[in-house]
Design a protein around this ligand. Structure first.
Ligand code: BG6
Length: 487
């Protein structure tokens, strides 16, 4: 093969709570991310929680959230805080304009997530919310006008708040039933127009109250929650295949490549073990059974065993994924003695970094694609890749973002090398995120990824006007040439 396949999928990816807004509109319920403030690298965004005596719980240094959250604490909105998910960049009211811009670039796929709380406001209703279903119907039909197919993330790091409060989210098996009910509704309503589905976003990295509704994200609760998500994903795949015979399912993994900090055998061995923290997820869902080293991973986190129902083993086997998708932004290094599940890892002296300290490593993308395919032998789908940077618009809102073009050019070349030289089957590439949106990790707006500038600042001020950046025209040319022309 000397060219990318003719049916290669080119597009962009977003997540509802970072992009959609429309808080409280169309009957949408409250989701876990709705309580997250904006933040910055120095001051992480967090949920504000209140104890029965009125004491507010201060965020600690953990990623995004105060954790653990005491069982008696309730989420609370503070009058003077800013909650970015409520408006995000208002795709809810701009979807026609945004989809038109994506179509102008030549997208034939658009990955977006459905807000669970828009379909089942608390997660507990027997009947879905028609206005929520209608919104996504409108979005999908608008895309169809341009021949753009959906790649739907069923659950992107969040859930209706009520499920978190009532069941401690994914810690309980009840949440599996709520999720499968939600999936059935989506498949019955959108299945005639959607082939590609992702059961969960970054399932290997999510933890804690915001993404999983689990109050204590370390140790046994986290791994029990993961098991329930594995079973829920498998049940969704089984049901999806029954209801939509042409459907294809993936789940999405955060694949920051991990290298040993040195060639010292102890560092290399630790790196192998740290990587197993990811393989634990990919192997189980991609092959349909827990890997042989699962207990070793659990032991690192003080977990003696996972509670499983008798039928779970068969469900995992029957509900294995059709393809493996992942996000790739950066690589990290680890060394012996580092804590397990070292999300950020250490920086790599051989790499340049983004302003947010993420090591830029295009070759790591080729490495990831090869490694996953060698191991799982199922097609790859790159569903997030991009550069978060501070853009400086001119007086018309135009951004000359050569740095973004350079980042994407090198990563797309690495992807092409994996496909054309190493022969890794890859279904497509959806860049994060085609239109500027709110950052997941910091809640900032100034960490921009888009081909299209959105006039809004970190506190939600601005006109929301959309203006294509220089990279918009560049990506259009890349797609027109099916990836041949990266100049
Ligand atoms: C992935 C998530 O982790 O990375 C996205 O799936 C997120 O939701 C993206 O936005 C980039 O991260 P950040 O923190 O720069 O927004």
């Amino acid at each position: 093969m000397s060219k990318l396949p003719d049916d290669f999928l080119w597009g962009g990816a977003t997540a509802d709570f970072q992009y959609e807004g429309g808080f409280g509109e169309g009957g949408r319920g409250i989701a876990t991310h709705d309580y997250e403030t904006n933040g910055s690298v120095e001051h992480p965004r967090h949920h504000t929680m209140k104890m029965p005596d009125g004491t507010l719980i201060e965020p600690n240094s953990s990623f995004i959230l105060a954790d653990p959250v005491p069982p008696e604490a309730e989420p609370v909105f503070l009058p003077d805080a800013y909650y970015p998910s409520h408006k995000a960049v208002d795709f809810y009211h701009h979807y026609k304009e945004d989809i038109k811009l994506m179509a102008e670039m030549g997208f034939n796929v658009f990955r977006f997530s459905i807000a669970w709380s828009r379909i089942y406001p608390t997660g507990l209703e027997d009947e879905p919310n028609e206005a929520g279903l209608q919104f996504y119907d409108d979005v999908i039909n608008e895309m169809a006008k341009y021949g753009m197919e959906p790649l739907i993330t069923i659950c992107h790091d969040e859930m209706p708040m009520e499920l978190a409060l009532k069941y401690d989210g994914w810690k309980s098996r009840e949440t599996i039933d709520a999720y499968v009910k939600y999936c059935r509704t989506l498949f019955e309503r959108f299945g005639d127009r959607c082939r590609y589905w992702l059961t969960f976003n970054e399932i290997n990295a999510v933890r804690g109250f915001g993404p999983c509704g689990v109050r204590n994200s370390d140790g046994p609760d986290r791994y029990q929650a993961d098991h329930h998500m594995f079973v829920a994903s498998a049940k969704a795949v089984i049901l999806g295949h029954q209801l939509m015979p042409n459907s294809k399912f993936g789940a999405m993994y955060a694949m920051s490549e991990i290298y040993p900090a040195t060639s010292k055998p102890e560092d290399v061995f630790h790196c192998m073990q740290e990587r197993r923290e990811n393989w634990y997820f990919i192997d189980t869902m991609g092959r349909g059974y827990y890997p042989s080293f699962a207990q070793e991973v659990l032991s690192h986190h003080g977990v003696k065993e996972i509670k499983m129902a008798a039928e779970d083993e068969q469900t995992l086997l029957d509900g294995q994924l059709d393809f493996i998708s992942f996000s790739y932004y950066r690589s990290n290094t680890v060394k012996a003695g580092d804590p397990w599940f070292n999300v950020g890892g250490d920086s790599n002296p051989y790499l340049k970094q983004t302003p947010w300290g993420w090591g830029i490593d295009p070759l790591g993308l080729r490495y990831c694609m090869n490694e996953i395919y060698d191991r799982i032998q199922k097609p790859i789908f790159i569903v997030e890749n991009g550069l978060g940077a501070v853009d400086q618009p001119d007086e018309n809102g135009y951004v000359d973002d050569d740095y973004r073009i350079a980042y994407l050019r090198e990563h797309l070349q690495a992807m092409k090398d994996a496909i054309l030289i190493d022969k890794v089957p890859c279904l497509g590439y959806t860049m994060w995120a085609p239109i500027d949106l709110v950052s997941l990790s910091t809640g900032e707006m100034k960490k921009r990824y888009g081909f299209v500038y959105v006039d809004m600042d970190d506190l939600g001020h601005g006109t929301l006007k959309r203006v294509p950046k220089k990279s918009f025209g560049w990506m259009k040319k890349v797609i027109e040439s099916n990836g041949e022309d990266l100049s």
